[in-house]
Design a protein around this ligand. Sequence first.
Ligand SMILES: Nc1ncnc2c1ncn2[C@@H]1O[C@H](COP(=O)(O)OP(=O)(O)OP(=O)(O)O)[C@@H](O)[C@H]1O
Length: 334
Amino acid sequence: MTLTDEPTLGALEERARQRTGAFGEHALIVCDSLVRIYQSEGVEVQALQGLDLLVEEGELVAIVGASGSGKSTLLSVLSGLDVPTAGRVRVGPWDLMSMTGAQRVAYRRSMVGFVWQQTARNVVPYLSGTENVAFPLALAGVRRKERDRRAAELLDVLGVGYCADRRPSQMSGGEQQRVAIAVALANSPQVLFADEPTGELDSATSHDVLEGLRTVNRELGTTVVVVTHDPGVSEHVQRTVAIRDGRTSSEVIRRTQTREDGSEHVVAEELAVLDRSGRVQLPREYRDALQLVGRVRLALEESHVSLWPDRPAPTAEPARRFGRHSAPSEETGR
Ligand SMILES: Nc1ncnc2c1ncn2[C@@H]1O[C@H](COP(=O)(O)OP(=O)(O)OP(=O)(O)O)[C@@H](O)[C@H]1O
């Protein structure tokens, strides 16, 4: 390459700007390097540490992670209740960083629906199933006949049509949560957020609620993001995103594959997430097994990248070694 082929600084800057603009351009939900810092009694807690997440329209995504990993913080941001400290967050046409108070109310009424862990927060105790679903429609000015039609339709989709005339106290926890999903969908939001919707339920009832979310996604086309501790969730969704230390760390993708004899089977594959800065979180068991602490060696091979402890390197000479640029063990970012 001659000197004249070198891109100018201006050209490099322009390229970087274009790349930023393109991130998640076609996604319905875009979280770009989200940071949320809480100040509590003079102590700083970084709940989100540069989190990247894209959700396409029509997806059903579960977000899992240990307690304190940042799941609820992320959901508060996406539901318009909280504003991140830095980064970019967009849901459909709504830029959640710069919305006014009035826009925030409109966003929460028209674009998104919510199901919370506590059933009492989702349904009104003295209203029947039908009345609960019809309530947000009445607030939106929908006429009685249409309200009842829509309530009956949604309760049927969720498999709880028989709860139409029952009050929440006459329903099981799982039935209440499925009615709650119907309530959240009354105003036809594009996205449904569910925060630990099975947190107070046993495993059999949890199954019904997660299947309810799946039915809504498949039959109504609603994009669903569910935050959960429930280990059984990945069986019900196509994509499970794990959050660790305020960042997306790995994803399990489930695909249906067809065998040679034409029969179908589901294959689940776990992938590490490489974020926009080139960071990958190494699972603790990998770090422990090879005692990866502090610095590691990286090498670019023909088809993959090798990583090993900052001790004498393996005998085979890799194609291109980065040992001189040792990276921190938590993140292989460069
Ligand atoms: N209002 C707040 N003030 C100070 N720190 C907070 C606040 N909210 C959350 N945090 C801290 O931010 C981090 C992430 O919390 P968050 O509630 O998002 O985690 P989580 O993954 O939802 O946990 P859990 O599964 O237990 O609900 C934690 O360390 C938590 O203590």
